[in-house]
Design a protein around this ligand. Structure first.
Ligand code: FCB
Length: 486
C-alpha cells in the first residue's frame, strides 16, 4: 500500500470538537466482506442463494470471495490501526456458528466458526480497537428460510439461542452486542419488494417478518444479558427522516404512514412496549396481526442500552391519488412490488433536485440532526450511536491515490450534523462510518463503492482513499474541520 499523503485537516484549521470519549469507528457486515463462503463448515445463507439466482444481483455478483477478509483480516486490522480507529463494528455470520440449524433445533456449535470471530476480537483488542458485534446483518441460514424464514416464530427463537452462543463465547471481551441490523430491510425488502434475500413478494409475510424480527431482538437481548451480563445491548435501525413538501391533509397522512411503517413499528414495541395502533389500522387489509401472541410485546420491550441509528438520505413523500404515474424515488431499488405494505396505493416518493450519491440517494445532512433530536425528544436519556453513515461514489485509483473529495464533503457535513444534535443535548456517543472497505453492496453487487479503503477485486489490493486520511485526522483530533481542502 502506498504511503499516505498528509491529511488535509490539521493544526490551526478551524474545527469543531466532539465530546471527550466520543467513539470513532467504521462498520462492515459479514456477507459483504468475508468471502470464504464454503470454508470451515459454513453453510449457505439466504444471500448465497439469492446472489446465485440469475438476475437478482447486478453483474451476477455474489459474496463467494468478496474482500477475502476471512483470510486477510490481519492486514485489514493493521489498516484500521494505522488510521487510529477506536472501534470496529462487524457482524457475525450465523451460518458459520451453527451451520446445521433448523426450525426445531440450533444444532451443534461449529468451533471453527466461533474461532474465527474470537481471533478477530483478540487481534482487534491487541491493536487497541474496541469490537462492536452485530449478531444479525441479514445472512440468515438458508435452512431457516426453507422453514419460513422471518415469517416463522421459530426463527426468532433459534436466533436467541444463537445469540446466547456468540455472547457466551465473546462476551468476556466484547462490550457491545447489536442484536439486529436494520430489520426494516430484512422484512420489507426481503419479503415485500423482493429486492433483498430471500426475494419474496408477499405483503402479509413482510409484516409477520417485522414482528418476528422485533421478537428476535427481544429474545436475543435477554439471551445476551444471560450469557454476558456485563455487555451492553443495542439495536440498529435505519430510521427515516420523513417529510413532505406538500401541504394537504393527505400529504401529512402520507408522512404519518411512512413514519409508522419505517420508524414506529420498530421503536414503539422496543421502547414503549406496544405496536402503534395507526399502523395496525393502515395494514388491516393485509393482515390481522394474529402472529402477535399474548405476552410478545413484553418480550420485545427489553431494556436497551444503546440505540444504533443508520442514516444516509432523507425520505420525502407525498399523497398519490392514482391519476398519474407513481413517483418511486424511495431509494430502495426497482421492483414492481412495493415495500410500503398497506400504503403504497396512497403514497409516492418524488425525485428530489440537488446532489445525489452514486446510489441515487439525495444528500441532506439535516436529516441526521433531525433524527437524533427526535429520539432525544421522544426517548430522553436513551444513548444513541450512529452505527452507519457514508456514501458511494465511483472511485478510481490514479497513481496509488483515490481523490474522493465528494465522500469527504459528505462525511464532513454529516459529522457537523451529528455535532449539531450533540450541541442541542442529544446523548450521541459514537459514529461508525460505512464502510471501512469497498464491498458487496447487496443487490448492487460490487458496482457501488462505499469504502474509505478502496479494494481492487482482482488483486484484493487495498488503497487508502483520501477520505480515509481525512477521517483519520478527524479521529486523531476528535474534531471535524469547518472547511474541506480541495
Ligand atoms: C445499509 C446496510 C449496509 C450497507 C449500507 C449502504 O442499509 O446496513 O449493509 O449496505 O446500507
Amino acid at each position: 500500500m502506498p504511503a499516505p499523503a498528509p491529511a488535509p485537516a490539521g493544526e490551526g484549521a478551524a474545527e469543531r470538537a466532539f465530546p471527550q470519549g466520543f467513539v470513532w469507528g467504521t462498520a462492515t457486515a459479514s456477507y459483504q466482506i468475508e468471502g470464504a463462503a464454503a470454508e470451515d463448515g459454513r453453510t449457505p445463507s439466504i444471500w448465497d442463494t439469492y446472489s446465485h439466482t440469475p438476475g437478482k444481483v447486478a453483474g451476477g455478483d455474489n459474496g463467494d470471495v468478496a474482500d477475502d477478509h476471512y483470510h486477510r483480516f490481519r492486514e485489514d486490522i493493521a489498516i484500521m490501526k494505522r488510521l487510529g480507529l477506536a472501534s470496529y463494528r462487524f457482524s457475525v455470520a450465523w451460518p458459520r456458528i451453527t451451520p446445521q440449524v433448523g426450525p426445531d433445533a440450533l444444532g451443534p456449535v461449529n468451533e471453527a466458526g466461533l474461532a474465527f470471530y474470537s481471533t478477530l476480537v483478540d487481534e482487534l483488542i491487541a491493536a487497541g480497537i474496541e469490537p462492536a458485534v452485530t449478531l444479525y446483518h441479514w445472512d440468515l441460514p438458508q435452512a431457516l428460510e426453507d422453514a419460513g424464514g422471518w415469517t416463522a416464530r421459530a426463527t426468532a427463537e433459534r436466533f436467541a439461542e444463537y445469540a446466547e452462543v456468540v455472547a457466551g463465547a465473546l462476551g468476556d471481551r466484547v462490550r457491545t452486542f447489536i442484536t439486529l441490523n436494520e430489520p426494516w430491510c430484512s422484512a420489507y425488502l426481503g419479503y415485500a419488494s423482493g429486492v433483498h434475500a430471500p426475494g419474496r413478494t408477499e405483503p402479509a409475510a413482510a409484516l409477520a417478518a417485522v414482528h418476528h424480527l422485533n421478537l428476535a431482538h427481544g429474545l436475543g437481548a435477554a439471551a445476551v444479558r444471560r450469557a454476558a451480563p456485563g455487555a451492553r445491548v443495542a439495536l440498529t435501525l435505519n430510521l427515516a427522516w420523513v417529510r413532505t413538501e406538500g401541504s394537504s391533509d393527505a400529504d401529512h397522512d402520507a408522512v404519518r404512514r411512512v413514519d409508522g411503517l419505517q420508524n414506529r413499528v420498530f421503536l414503539d414495541p422496543v421502547l414503549r412496549g406496544s405496536y402503534p395502533a395507526d399502523v395496525l389500522a393502515d395494514t388491516a387489509e393485509v393482515t390481522d396481526w394474529s402472529f402477535v401472541l399474548d405476552g410478545d410485546v413484553e418480550l420485545i420491550h427489553q431494556p436497551l442500552d444503546v440505540l444504533g441509528v443508520n442514516y444516509y438520505s432523507p425520505t420525502v413523500v407525498r399523497a398519490w391519488d392514482g391519476s398519474g404515474p407513481r413517483a418511486e424515488a424511495d431509494g430502495h431499488g426497482a421492483s414492481s412490488h412495493s415495500p410500503w405494505v398497506g400504503s403504497h396505493h396512497l403514497i409516492e416518493f418524488p425525485e428530489l433536485p440537488g446532489p445525489k450519491t452514486d446510489m441515487g440517494w439525495s444528500i441532506d445532512a439535516r436529516g441526521m440532526t433531525e433524527l437524533l433530536l427526535r429520539i432525544h425528544r421522544e426517548h430522553p436519556g436513551l444513548e444513541v450511536m450512529v452505527t452507519e453513515n457514508g456514501a458511494a461514489y465511483p472511485d478510481v485509483v490514479v497513481g496509488g491515490r483515490v481523490h474522493d473529495l465528494e465522500r469527504t464533503r459528505y462525511l464532513r457535513d454529516h459529522l457537523h450534523a451529528v455535532l449539531d444534535a450533540v450541541d442541542a443535548g442529544a446523548p450521541v456517543t459514537g459514529y461508525y462510518l460505512w464502510s471501512f472497505l469497498d464491498n458487496f453492496e447487496w443487490g448492487y453487487g460490487y458496482s457501488k463503492r462505499f469504502g474509505v479503503v478502496h479494494v481492487d477485486y482482482t488483486t484484493q489490493e487495498r488503497t487508502l482513499k483520501d477520505s480515509a486520511l481525512w477521517y483519520s485526522a478527524v479521529v486523531a483530533r476528535n474534531a471535524v474541520p469547518v472547511e474541506t481542502a480541495g
